[in-house]
Design a protein around this ligand. Structure first.
Ligand code: ADP
Ligand code: ADP
Length: 228
């Protein structure tokens, strides 16, 4: 019998390292990587209506409306690569999204197995975000100081141009962190009250954070994720 699918939510403020870690771990564990920010940026690049709508909110550091975001995730979950499970990165960001995710997974006979909160002090976030550079082709993430590309301005993986996200400018970063505390912090309590929240120290080297996350996930797999 195939193992039960594994659905993991990565929580943490903008700049905590969710995307960096989700990219590494999804590959290593054979899980889909569902990053709503990446999906919105892909829509924007493809000039879709959804992309244009999302941009209005993203450039101000506000959240895209729940109905739009949830519908996009519902579509993403229909892709075959989610059969073994997924890591959600940047979703859910509101209580309504968390409840909708439970309902969507229940339709597939699955559930959120774990939520992992990547903790980073607020002072570190701004420095991380202002040095973040992202690749045009596939959204690979670098940092000018902490995770520099081999050739400045070029992606190590596909050679495409690296750019700074419009919303990584200081004014927008401040608003995004505020939005995180106002709208996303309740999601932490939602998972904590279900007893499925684990916290990991994100203020260490990228490799050390990966190890800490792998330890949490290995314990989860050994505990038998289908023992609901
Ligand atoms: P998030 O998806 O949570 O917003 P990212 O994974 O995009 O965060 O990381 C934000 C920035 O910080 C990126 O430039 C990334 O290279 C860098 N970064 C990620 N993890 C670490 C770490 N553990 N130490 C230092 N810099 C990091
Ligand atoms: P970060 O990696 O810095 O946390 P993301 O790439 O996840 O940022 O998100 C960028 C922007 O996309 C957010 O500021 C918001 O406008 C929009 N967005 C991403 N995910 C969601 C979501 N789950 N709900 C609403 N808006 C979202």
């Amino acid at each position: 019998m195939a193992a039960a699918p594994l659905f993991i939510v990565f929580l943490g403020p903008p700049g905590a390292g969710k995307g960096t870690q989700a990219k590494r771990l999804s590959q290593r564990l054979g899980l889909a990587h569902i990053a709503t920010g990446d999906l919105f940026r892909m829509h924007l690049q493809n000039h879709t209506k959804l992309g244009q709508l999302a941009q209005e909110y993203m450039k101000k550091g506000e959240l895209v409306p729940d109905s739009v975001t949830i519908a996009m995730v519902e579509e993403r979950l229909k892709e075959p690569d989610t059969a073994a499970g997924a890591i959600f990165d940047g979703f859910p960001r509101t209580l309504a999204q968390a409840e909708a995710l439970d309902a969507l997974l229940a339709e597939h006979g699955a559930r959120v197995n774990a939520a992992i909160l990547i903790q980073v002090p607020e002072a570190v976030l701004v420095e991380r975000l202002s040095g973040r550079r992202v690749c045009r082709a596939q959204g690979h993430v670098f940092h000018v100081k902490y995770n520099p590309p081999k050739v400045p301005g070029r992606c190590d993986y596909d050679g495409s141009e690296l750019y700074q996200r419009e919303d990584d400018k200081p004014e927008t970063v401040r608003r995004r962190i505020q939005v995180y505390w106002e709208q996303t912090a309740p999601v932490i309590e939602y998972y904590r009250s279900q007893g499925i929240l684990t916290e990991v120290d994100g203020n260490q080297d990228i490799d050390q954070v990966t190890e800490a996350l792998l330890t949490v996930i290995a314990a989860l797999q050994q505990g038998g994720v289908d023992a609901s």
